[in-house]
Design a protein around this ligand. Structure first.
Ligand SMILES: *Cc1c(COP(=O)(O)O)cnc(C)c1O
Length: 430
């Protein structure tokens, strides 16, 4: 598959009308795009006896989006108590929830068990910790860290330097121990990549899990009910990159399944994923306005959004494509650093980017669309510098737009503060 020009679901006139109603900056998500994509994923993986995607809630923790994904048959992957509550409030229940946490507090294990979520243990010591905090459930998953067996990728790093998971030797002891402690159903998880666009990398990960499931069965007699390939499917942030070919990916995993799982007598084995970026990433945009222009040693375009709204560029130097509605075909003859208003020099959405000439102004400046912000976007934001995070809008399939999160207010910023001298209890209540 070839790369494609970056798309945005509204015309310039439609966007201007929207901005009249909801001032910039805001996130816009495309429900039809998300649903279409979710169906394409489910269709490609329908070649397996069972498939379950658990959307990683951390990437876009908004109940409106989770409701859409739940309607498409997706579950949730949670890593904290608030994320468990988000899944619960949209009706994602029981084994549709995977609780993949690490350094987990006892109270969160108890909450996950109460909800019937699948606990995915991150470490050998958590077997005793879980037993002491709550109980060993019927169904239990363990996270595998293949260490030097698998080369990492840039964002997540090398597995042997990653804090997550059990070693292979630990798993060979852990599963029999869990069985002795009452577990009856077992699963194996790993996550070794982030934003990986090469399907063969993911196929190789599946192969490693299949081989380990076969080894565990051969050595301990314990049979896995499913394997969870984790998250990490990439998206084409750059227009010249090609998206993952789901059919190729599922087909490659199926070949490994037929070569390893079937002869080992382990079929049917469920295939689970915890993807987030590839599910919603391309269907979210941060929309801002170009307010200021500054010319010193470089030329800067200052937006009304900042890295508190989207920190991937500042945090990882990540590329997010930028388009200017109405200037899609204008020649990219300017070179800008496109920046936010934070007192941090890494608050740059783009560095030395070739763009059409951008007009600036508080109310008349060009609108600026920052692409592929539908996962790990607003969710990673913060309030440093007293920045109030922007809200979120959802474009419905009928063309209407609904606000699904309001902008933060100064009252939100002050909500946790307690004046000196005020008497409060340990919870901060008067
Ligand atoms: C972040 C995360 C995911 C989702 O990752 P994507 O790269 O967005 O697919 C899934 N599982 C776990 C355990 C994670 O930490």
């Amino acid at each position: 598959m070839m790369g494609q020009p970056k798309s945005f679901p509204l015309s310039k006139a439609q966007l201007e009308a929207l901005v009249g109603q909801y001032p910039t900056p805001f996130y816009l998500y495309d429900e039809a795009g998300i649903r279409h994509n979710a169906r394409a994923i489910s269709r490609a993986f329908s070649i397996f006896p069972s498939f379950q995607e658990h959307y990683a809630v951390k990437a876009l923790p908004n109940p409106a989006i989770l409701t859409i994904l739940a309607e498409e048959g997706f579950g949730a992957d949670c890593s904290s108590l608030p994320e468990l509550r988000l899944a619960e409030m949209v009706g994602i229940r029981g084994e549709a929830v995977m609780f993949t946490s690490n350094e987990t507090p006892a109270a969160e294990y108890r909450a996950a068990l109460d909800q019937g979520a699948i606990i995915n243990l991150d470490d050998f010591t958590h077997i005793a910790f879980l037993e002491a905090s709550a109980r060993i459930p019927d169904l239990i998953s363990c996270r595998y860290n293949p260490g030097p067996l698998k080369g990492g990728n840039a964002i997540i790093g090398k597995p042997e330097e990653a804090k997550y998971g059990f070693t292979r030797e630990q798993l060979l002891t852990a599963f029999p121990l869990l069985r002795d402690k009452g577990a009856r159903r077992f699963a194996l998880h790993t996550m070794v990549a982030s934003n990986e666009l090469n399907p063969d990398y993911h196929i190789e990960t599946a192969r490693i899990l299949f081989e380990l499931a076969a080894e565990i069965q051969a050595k301990t007699g314990i049979r896995m009910e499913f394997v969870n390939l984790g998250g990490g499917a990439g998206i084409p942030y750059k227009p010249e990159q090609a998206p993952l070919d789901y059919a190729y990916l599922a087909g490659g995993i199926k070949k490994a399944y037929d070569a390893i799982i079937v002869p080992a007598g382990l079929a049917p084995l469920g295939i689970h994923t915890e993807w987030a970026r590839v599910v919603t990433g391309p269907y979210g945009w941060l929309v801002a306005r170009a307010v200021h222009r500054k010319r010193i040693y470089r030329e800067y375009i200052g937006l009304d959004a900042c890295m508190a709204d989207l920190m991937r560029p500042g945090l990882y130097g990540a590329y997010h494509h930028i388009t200017i509605p109405g200037k899609e075909t204008a020649p990219a003859i300017a070179t800008y650093d496109v920046v936010g208003s934070l007192c941090e020099n890494n608050d740059k959405f783009a560095v030395q980017r070739q763009l059409p000439i951008i007009d600036v102004g508080e109310t008349t400046g060009d609108l600026v669309v920052i692409h592929d912000a539908g996962a790990h976007g607003r969710a990673m934001g913060f309030n440093y510098n007293g920045k109030l995070r922007c809200g979120e809008l959802l474009l419905r399939p009928d063309g209407s737009v609904t606000m699904i999160r309001r902008k933060e207010t100064i009252a939100d910023y002050f909500a946790t503060l307690l004046p000196l001298g005020k008497t409060v209890n340990r919870k901060g209540e008067p």
